[in-house]
Unconditional design. Structure first.
Lengths: 468, 522
């Protein structure tokens, strides 16, 4: 008997007798003998709870987390402070352990949370309708592509080169299934080249995808992009970062049809990439084409206000092959963390937080740009993140910074080889002026030293780095 | 057989017939019950706040210099203004309006609502995981990559298939990956196939996935014993078929005894065989999809491997595949290098590419890894054996309690980890629909089974008790169902108007869909 089952030998005997068989084995009679495993799984024996804890703790100790270094790593997920009340609420059994609210009479908590969440996402994006979450940012881009394809029956996607590389790649993957293709629009001064976009968009373009702020941190001029993107009837999809939206003109105001994005920065942990949540908002016209769950307000038989899953005829369990998406389980608990976080920030707080980021980011950008051997990749306005180019091999520079306990950011060499030795630097409210000054000192020295000698880490053997 | 339009999985199939009930005297309501639900936005009072920003600590510049006014929004998002104590009260009060697994029995078929060990939340929150950035240099994420690599190994062993990708975010995402791999596999051989076969018992996600992956869905009939109709399969399996998607045991709770023959028919026309792992909880350590002939298997970590369901996610849908499918797996793959270090391998020229950002829902991997290490080989087998024992025991009890007269089992044979009852006789003889039975169960503090699915069974109830329930809980459930039917014999209106004791009663779903209010007007 494992610690998560309760059947004693006496229970088993009584239960088998009630069934009318003499052994548990007989219950599997339908499985032909040659398909039985006939041996134990080749897995380690079970462990006690405390042994599992120790094992997992020791494995965790082999990671260098944001807890142990001063990290300027962003590029899609950010080390924001998560207030204590988020964890306290999402760990409640009432939110943690139910399934999708199929029985609304006993799911009003989850359903109302979805409704409140939809409202918050609608406010952030400036679009009237939001669903209750999708998986995460890049797959939300893929889902938006499917909506566009079903809406206008066209086969081309046009994507800015400053759309997150993971989102571009996901769109490419999905295109194999959708029967669509992806054309990339180049950048000019770190932002989407609007003239090139004009040339790329044609009568068969289903949707145009841009990112706000873009992958290199630049705030895109969405008002200039929108009319060009939509000229032939394509949908404009904006992949956006939710916190900067506190300050930026919203995708809705600028004419976007769909706004999607990565919700991790709203009260969710880094978790090595997930689970977080993706958000998906759109114009009224696309309401009945949205993927995923939507909660709607209604009344019960006694006239009391209540909430239900609504517009379910879009969904896979009803519409089957004609559904707007195959999504079923999404990221409800992470979306709950998101709406608690947004309520905690509040109407003024979210603006104050964004302004704090913009000030510290401006300071960091100026400090780094003043270093010898470091220059800005672009001078577009930025909110939380900016790109620099180094006069030394970026990966060597990063290794030197690691040795000083600083993670200076994300190297751009693989995704943007055209930017020589590019480095993307993110500044959240958790990075103080002292941290930024330290980054400037460490990065400046690392660039100087890396021009001549190889990095200390590159010389150390990988084995020496490992804990075992 | 039910038609598409009159089926709503897990929902009210006759929402059009909303009639306010006169049975409950409004005067009996407490002030608390009568109170209108208030949203967090309605609790907002200008000037209140929970967040205090830290000082900027840097020389501040005018905002206009940093972000020109034409790029800025005129008015910030209208989020609530509310202090911490009231945020906490609001969400704690909301939480009490949910039924949940830690509260009571939740036999929701095909969803595997098993206990979620508390240890898992503790280990997943260790800062080494929780604050690890997904783009960390692999040399500085060795623990995370090791955990993923070992989880891949364990899932491969359980599936009987050697290669695993952890990337998909949920079961349907895993399905999509499986079908896209199938597409890549055939295209790599210069073949352009057009159809995917699914049995008529399939989950709704299967047909939706097939369309998204660019294939046409072709349904295969079910034989009288609940398995795939072999003759129909043979007739439909041709060179245009890319794949057969199958759940085994299937959504009728029945293990398909002809699986080897099915596999040979499918492989005979060069198609792949896909295993929907929604029902894997029945066979872990007993039988392996790979040994049955499947090429691709998806797991639901939130079902079999007890990631908490969270009210609708997060989930996780890793897949395991055979050697011939391996080259097409998504980028990046977690690998172990010759020197024993772990790494992310992006260099996969035949890969279908990425399916999402980063490396998957890592937090779910930590929980499922902890679960597999807790149970070990023996515990995992015991898990499935007990799940099947519990299901068969509950089925036997229901038969014995006379329930079968009104709710007969759809396929009368030994079941696996779940079984399907048909509410058709109850509807005919008592005038009480499956929906009414489900709603009346709520008054007994029991979550109803999955209702109106599978579509194949009229007025279906799909019951999955899972291994973590006690004999007493199963006894109690059988008593409740028997009592409920006796009650309906006396007065069917009681069930027809149920529930009575829940935070709200039956809701006007038709009205909600007709005039959608899906956000708070502010």
């Amino acid at each position: 008997m494992s610690r998560y089952t309760s059947a004693t030998d006496a229970d088993r005997t009584a239960m088998l007798e009630a069934i009318g068989v003499s052994s548990v084995d007989e219950l599997f009679a339908d499985i032909p003998a040659e398909l039985r495993l006939g041996r134990d799984l080749d897995l380690p024996a079970g462990l006690s709870e405390q042994e599992v804890y120790t094992l997992l703790r020791d494995i965790a100790a082999r990671n260098v987390s944001a807890e142990e270094e001063v990290s300027f790593l962003g590029a899609g997920m950010y080390d924001h402070y998560v207030p204590a009340l988020v964890e306290s609420i999402i760990l409640r059994s009432e939110f943690l352990t139910p399934y999708t609210p199929y029985q609304p009479e006993v799911s009003q908590g989850s359903l109302q949370v979805m409704f409140e969440y939809q409202t918050a996402i609608s406010e952030l994006t400036g679009l009237p309708v939001s669903n209750a979450s999708v998986y995460e940012g890049p797959s939300a881009v893929g889902a938006a592509g499917y909506v566009a394809k079903l809406a206008n029956r066209r086969t081309r996607f046009v994507a800015s080169r400053a759309l997150h590389p993971h989102a571009r790649e996901t769109l490419e993957t999905m295109s194999h299934g959708y029967g669509t293709s992806v054309t990339e629009v180049p950048l000019r001064d770190g932002a989407t080249d609007v003239e090139a976009l004009r040339e790329a968009v044609d009568e068969d373009t289903a949707a145009v995808f841009v990112q706000q702020p873009n992958f290199l941190g630049a705030v895109e001029d969405l008002e200039a992009i929108a009319p060009v993107a939509k000229e032939t009837g394509a949908l404009l999809v904006v992949h956006c970062d939710p916190l900067p939206l506190a300050l930026l003109k919203t995708p809705g105001e600028c004419g976007a049809d769909i706004a999607v994005g990565e919700g991790q920065s709203l009260g969710n942990r880094l978790d090595f990439g997930g689970p977080s949540f993706g958000f998906f908002a759109a114009t009224e016209a696309l309401l009945r084409r949205m993927p995923g769950r939507i909660s709607g307000e209604t009344v019960d038989v006694d006239g009391r206000r209540g909430f239900v899953l609504t517009l379910q005829t879009r969904e896979q369990h009803i519409r089957r092959e004609k559904a707007t998406s195959n999504i079923c389980t999404a990221q409800a608990l992470n979306a709950l963390a998101g709406v608690i976080y947004l309520s905690w920030l509040g109407r003024r707080g979210i603006v104050e937080l964004a302004e704090l980021m913009i000030q510290r980011t401006a300071y960091a950008r100026e400090r780094l740009a003043g270093l010898e051997g470091v220059r800005l990749v672009h001078e577009q306005p930025v909110v939380r993140e900016f790109a620099v180019a180094l006069d030394a091999p970026v990966e060597r520079v990063i290794d030197r910074c690691f040795a000083e306990g600083v993670n200076p950011g994300f190297p751009l060499v693989h995704d943007y080889p055209e930017i020589e030795n590019g480095l993307l630097v993110a500044i959240t409210e958790q990075r103080t002026r002292e941290d930024i000054d330290r980054l400037a000192g460490v990065l400046g020295a690392a660039v100087r030293e890396s021009r001549t000698t190889p990095s200390p880490l590159a010389m150390a053997s990988v084995d020496g780095e490992r804990a075992d | 057989m039910s038609t598409l339009s009159d089926n709503r999985l897990h929902a009210d199939p006759e929402i059009e017939r909303f009639e306010p009930s006169a049975r409950v005297d409004r005067a009996l309501q407490t002030a608390e019950q009568a109170k209108r639900a208030t949203t967090i936005y309605e609790r907002s009072v200008p000037g209140r706040r929970a967040f205090t920003p830290p000082a900027a600590g840097v020389p501040e510049r005018p905002l206009d210099e940093l972000l020109p006014a034409r790029l800025r929004r005129a008015e910030g998002p209208k989020l609530p203004e509310i202090a911490e104590p009231e945020i906490v009260r609001h969400y704690v009060r909301l939480s009490t309006r949910n039924f949940h697994l830690d509260e009571g029995f939740y036999p929701l078929g095909s969803c595997t609502m098993k206990h979620n060990p508390k240890l898992h939340e503790r280990v997943a929150a260790l800062p080494g995981y929780a604050r690890l950035h997904p783009l960390s240099d692999p040399r500085r994420a060795q623990g995370a990559l090791q955990l993923m690599h070992e989880l891949q190994g364990a899932l491969a062993e359980i599936a009987g298939l050697p290669h695993v990708s952890l990337q998909p975010s949920a079961g349907s995402h895993g399905e999509l990956l499986g079908v896209l791999l199938t597409r890549a596999y055939h295209e790599d051989r210069g073949q352009h196939r057009t159809k995917v076969l699914t049995p008529d018992t399939a989950h709704g996600t299967n047909p939706a996935t097939v369309t998204m992956a660019g294939y046409e869905v072709v349904k295969v009939e079910t034989a009288p014993d609940g398995g795939v109709d072999i003759d129909d399969l043979r007739a439909k399996a041709d060179e245009d078929v890319a794949c057969l998607m199958l759940t085994n045991p299937n959504t009728l709770g029945v293990f398909d005894r002809n699986i080897s023959e099915i596999a040979s028919i499918v492989h005979g026309v060069g198609a792949t065989l896909y295993y929907d792992g929604a029902n894997l909880n029945a066979v872990v350590g007993v039988s392996r999809p790979g040994d049955m002939g499947f090429d691709i298997v998806h797991f639901n970590l939130h079902k079999t491997f007890t990631q908490p369901h969270g009210g609708g996610g997060p989930g996780s849908g890793p897949i395991a595949v055979s050697d011939r499918m391996e080259p097409y797996l998504p980028r990046p793959q977690v690998v172990r290098r010759d020197d024993g270090s772990y790494d992310l391998d992006h260099d996969r020229p035949k890969s279908i590419g990425r399916l999402r950002g980063f490396q998957g829902n890592f937090g779910t991997f930590v929980r499922s890894y902890a679960y597999i290490r807790s149970l070990g080989a023996e515990g995992l087998k015991e898990m499935s054996e007990t799940a099947v024992l519990n299901a068969n025991y509950l089925l036997a009890l229901l038969k014995r309690r006379g329930v079968a007269e009104y709710l007969p089992v759809a396929y009368d044979r030994l079941c696996m980890h779940e079984f399907v009852l048909s509410g058709a006789p109850a509807k005919r003889q008592l005038g009480v629909k499956t929906l009414d039975i489900a709603k009346r169960l709520l008054d007994h503090g029991v979550h109803p089974p999955t209702v109106y699915f599978p579509l194949l069974v009229d007025e279906a109830l799909l019951v999955e008790p899972t291994e973590t329930e006690t004999k007493e809980t199963l006894d109690h459930f059988a008593d409740v169902v028997a009592a409920l039917l006796e009650e309906a014999e006396r007065d069917p209106d009681i069930a027809r108007n149920a529930p009575y004791t829940t935070p709200v009663r039956r809701l006007d779903e038709a009205g909600a869909a007709k005039r959608p209010v899906i956000r708070q007007p502010l």
